[in-house]
Design a protein around this ligand. Structure first.
Ligand code: ADP
Ligand code: MG
Length: 232
C-alpha cells in the first residue's frame, strides 16, 4: 500500500490536562487515489493531515509512505520529503502579495528536482491569461488556483488539502474541486483532502469519516468506480 496510517495516536496539553485528539487511526490509500477526510470541527482532521505531512509527530503508531515510516526519516530525508514529495493547500491561500501569479507558482518549483512545465500548468489551472497579475487583482477562486499551482508544480507524490474551498462560495468551490480532480487524473498525485463540500462524493476514491479522534466510517466509493468502468 502506498500510504499507510497505523494506530496513530496524538494528545495535546500537559500531563494534568491532556486531550487525546487522535485515538488510534488506521487507514490506507493507494497510489493515485483521492481520499477525502470528513468530520466535524475539532475531530482531528488537521492534526492527522499535519502528521501525514511531517509537520507534527504522532505519540504512537506510524505513517508510512512507500514502505518508509516518516518517524524513522532522518532530519535531511524528512526535509526532502516535506519539500519535494508533498504539496500542501490550505483554506487561506498565503500567496506572496508582491509576486505575480507566475512567480508565486515558480516559488514551488525551486523546491523540486522534477518540476512540471510552468506554461502548461498555468493553462491547466486556467491562469495563463492572468499569469502577470498580482494576488490582489485576482478573485478568491483564482488565488486558490495559484496556491494549488504552487503546491503541484513540484509534482509531489502526495497533495494534502486542508479545507481548500473553506473560504469560497459554492460554485467556485465546485470548480476548485473539479480542478483538483483534473490534476489528480493528469499528474497522478495521491490526494488527501479535508472538506465539507458535498460535491466531493463523486470524486473521492475513498471516504474516511472522523469523529472525536476516531474513524467512524471508512469506505471505498463504489459509485466512482462504477462510473469509471462505464467510461470505456
Ligand atoms: P479539525 O481540523 O478536525 O477541526 P484539529 O485537528 O484542528 O481538528 O483539532 C482537534 C483538536 O485538537 C481540537 O480540540 C484542537 O483544539 C486541538 N488541537 C489542535 N492542535 C493543537 C495544539 N497545537 N495544541 C493544543 N491543542 C490542539
Ligand atoms: Mg481543521
Amino acid at each position: 500500500m502506498f500510504l499507510e496510517i497505523k494506530d496513530l495516536k496524538k494528545s495535546f496539553g500537559t500531563a494534568e490536562n491532556r486531550t487525546e485528539v487522535l485515538k488510534g487511526i488506521d487507514f490506507s490509500v493507494e497510489k493515485g487515489q483521492i481520499c477525502v477526510l470528513l468530520g466535524p470541527s475539532g475531530s482531528g482532521k488537521s492534526t492527522l493531515l499535519n502528521i501525514i505531512g511531517g509537520i507534527d509527530q504522532a505519540d504512537e503508531g506510524y505513517v508510512s509512505i512507500n514502505g518508509e515510516k516518516t518517524a524513522d526519516m532522518k532530519e535531511k530525508r524528512l526535509t526532502q520529503y516535506r519539500r519535494r514529495h508533498l504539496g500542501y493547500v490550505f483554506q487561506m491561500y498565503n500567496l506572496i502579495p508582491n509576486l505575480s501569479v507566475r512567480e508565486n507558482i515558480e516559488v514551488g518549483a525551486y523546491l523540486s528536482d522534477r518540476p512540471l512545465e510552468l506554461d502548461e500548468l498555468l493553462k491547466t489551472l486556467g491562469l495563463y491569461e492572468h499569469r502577470n497579475k498580482l494576488p490582489n487583482q485576482l478573485s478568491g477562486g483564482q488565488q486558490q488556483r495559484t496556491a494549488i499551482g504552487r503546491a503541484i508544480i513540484k509534482n509531489p507524490d502526495i497533495l494534502l488539502c486542508d479545507e481548500p474551498t473553506g473560504a469560497l462560495d459554492y460554485k467556485t468551490s465546485k470548480e476548485i474541486l473539479c480542478l483538483i480532480e483534473q490534476i489528480n487524473q493528469k499528474y497522478g498525485n495521491t490526494v488527501i483532502m479535508v472538506t465539507h463540500n458535498d460535491a466531493i462524493k463523486n470524486m473521492a476514491d475513498r471516504v474516511v469519516k472522523l469523529r472525536d479522534g476516531q474513524i467512524r466510517k471508512n469506505y471505498v466509493n463504489e459509485t466512482k468506480i462504477a462510473a469509471a468502468d462505464l467510461e470505456w
